[in-house]
Design a protein around this ligand. Structure first.
Ligand code: GAP
Length: 511
């Protein structure tokens, strides 16, 4: 097992042990690719939502919010193209009877080659020490160059298959690469077939096909169909945006990588409506703005990169992903798409209703163009969890596991810890807790030795511990212990609120 896989396993078990994430319906052996957020997870998730919402809606006077329903008229999904084209190419292994996404099997092959390259680099780093020039090595080492060429060739061949919609060639590529079933090792594959990812159900009591509806596979369509309602009732002028956070559902075939690919997940999407012809300027602005949002979290910038799409969906004139370095490699965290006027035009023609905007500046009506930013809330959660999970070796040779979550996102902002239960310390600490809980999410813990309690708070990412000792009762002072530095300072109880606020307030991060 690689070091990264090992870390990923630890993060998954840490999430369960410390009340962040549980497998859904675990007592029935779980429901695959569906997860529940536990007591600490739901707080972290809500804080991520608050941060995104404040950055979008509160900080931009030309963006408003929306909460549209999960169930929509079935024609919505015909108009958007999801009924006909929201498919994954699937392949079955005849021996193991397991089903896979053909493109993911090929991407996994690429990941294997990438890790070979990384191994070469690590070996050379060890051999040459400080004098090692990584860029030069990558440009000149023949094994690295050979492997890079292999990756290029596979990527190009796969792209061609998708461009040509050629599933026969895609199957040949899998055969030629000698890809085997990761579980059984068998290379006995079926042909590849397209499979629609939408979950369907019936509305009302009727069982005829006319009553078939879908669980939305993206939140965006709720924004599109409400575009004119929101524009008119908010009196916004173009350019303006509509932001929404909500559940989406996809019948994903690959159920793995924890909360990275789920069947029920949440999206935070914003559609920005612009005048035709200005979309590329807005696309650039939103690309930059979204990357800055990620960087503002203080997570190492090396963890982010753009991936510009070569192959564009038929409705897009530009698209990119912001990729994050998850423990299993760089993968899509957020998509930024210039979607032209495709969706609104489709809804006009399927509904028969006009969705044109009258632009008072040019006295003309038009269907606006749309730039979309779309981020998976659960992937953002995983990005924060995996980048903040640290195992630190302490001076006494013990290891402390700490979640260095940005303080304003932490589930609990402070923990109130009486040194002992007796001598009135517990009652005094309770009063502090009662005074602070009006302003912050705080927790109270008086069980076990103080060192163990610090560790428990480190493990859930609480930025500040407040220890109440015998002197506190005499002089109304307490010890603050900071999570990351473990530094301790003594302050007056009267300053607690402002100190916690300084360290954990969301407003310090908004700009
Ligand atoms: N409206 C555009 C749209 O839905 P997408 O690239 O399919 O675009 C946007 O999805 C984001 O939603 C992705 O970048 C990812 O973060 C998240 N996402 C997509 N499928 C997901 C899944 N099965 N599980 C968790 N997150 C997912």
């Amino acid at each position: 097992m690689s070091a990264n896989q090992d870390t990923f396993k630890k993060i998954i078990s840490h999430s369960k042990e410390y009340g962040f994430i549980f497998q859904s319906s675990e007592i029935y052996d779980g429901l695959s690719a569906v997860y529940d957020y536990a007591q600490n997870g739901v707080e972290l998730k809500n804080n991520i939502k608050k941060y995104w919402w404040a950055s979008m809606v509160q900080m931009n006077d030309n963006i408003v919010g929306l909460d549209s329903s999960i169930l929509m008229h079935p024609k919505t999904w015909k108009a958007s193209g999801h009924v006909d084209a929201f498919n994954d190419p699937l392949i079955d292994n005849k021996d193991s009877k397991l089903r896979y996404r053909a493109d993911v099997l090929i991407e996994d092959q690429i990941t294997k080659i990438e890790s070979k390259i990384q191994k070469e680099i690590n070996k050379a780093k060890k051999r040459f020490g400080d004098s090692f020039d990584e860029q030069q090595f990558i440009k000149t080492n023949h094994r690295v160059l050979d492997n890079k060429k292999k990756i290029d060739d596979i990527t190009k061949a796969m792209k061609k298959c998708f461009d040509d919609d050629d599933l026969v060639e895609l199957k040949k590529l899998i055969d030629n690469l000698g890809i085997s079933d990761p579980v059984s090792g068998s290379k006995n594959w079926t042909e590849i077939k397209q499979f629609n990812l939408m979950f369907s159900t019936k509305i009302g009591a009727s069982s005829d096909s006319a009553s078939e509806i879908y669980l939305r596979p993206e939140t965006a369509q709720g924004i599109f169909v409400n575009f004119l309602n929101v524009q008119k009732s908010s009196r916004k002028k173009i350019p303006f945006g509509i932001a929404q956070i909500g559940k989406a559902f996809r019948n994903e075939i690959i159920a793995r990588q924890f909360i990275f690919r789920m069947r029920e997940f949440e999206q935070m999407e914003m559609q920005f409506f612009v005048k035709p012809g200005t979309q590329s300027e807005w696309y650039k602005k939103w690309k930059e703005s979204r990357m800055n949002w990620h960087k503002s979290l203080g997570i190492s910038e090396d963890n982010y990169r753009f991936h510009d799409h070569d192959k564009l969906a038929h409705y897009a004139d530009a698209a990119c992903d912001i990729e994050f370095k998850f423990p299993f490699g760089f993968k899509e965290l957020e998509g930024i798409h210039s979607r032209t006027n495709f969706d609104l035009t489709q809804h006009e023609s399927h509904s028969g209703r006009k969705l044109k905007y009258f632009d008072p500046e040019i006295s003309e009506s038009y269907v606006p163009y749309v730039v979309e930013t779309s981020i998976g809330l659960d992937r953002m959660f995983l990005a924060i969890l995996s980048s903040s999970y640290v195992e630190e070796e302490l001076e006494n040779d013990s290891i402390r596991t700490v979640l260095k979550i940005p303080p304003f996102l932490a589930p609990q902002k402070a923990a109130i810890l009486p040194l002992v239960k007796k001598d009135g310390l517990s009652e005094y600490a309770r009063k502090i807790f009662d005074n602070l809980k009006i302003y912050f999410n705080v927790t109270f813990d008086e069980k076990d030795a103080i060192g163990r309690r610090y560790r428990r708070q480190d493990a859930i990412g609480t930025p500040i511990c407040i220890t109440i000792d015998h002197d506190s009762i005499k002089d109304d002072s307490v010890t603050l212990r900071f999570r990351d530095s473990m530094e301790q300072i003594r302050i007056s109880v009267s300053k607690l609120r402002s100190e916690i606020d300084k360290c954990t307030s969301l407003s310090n991060w908004l700009n």
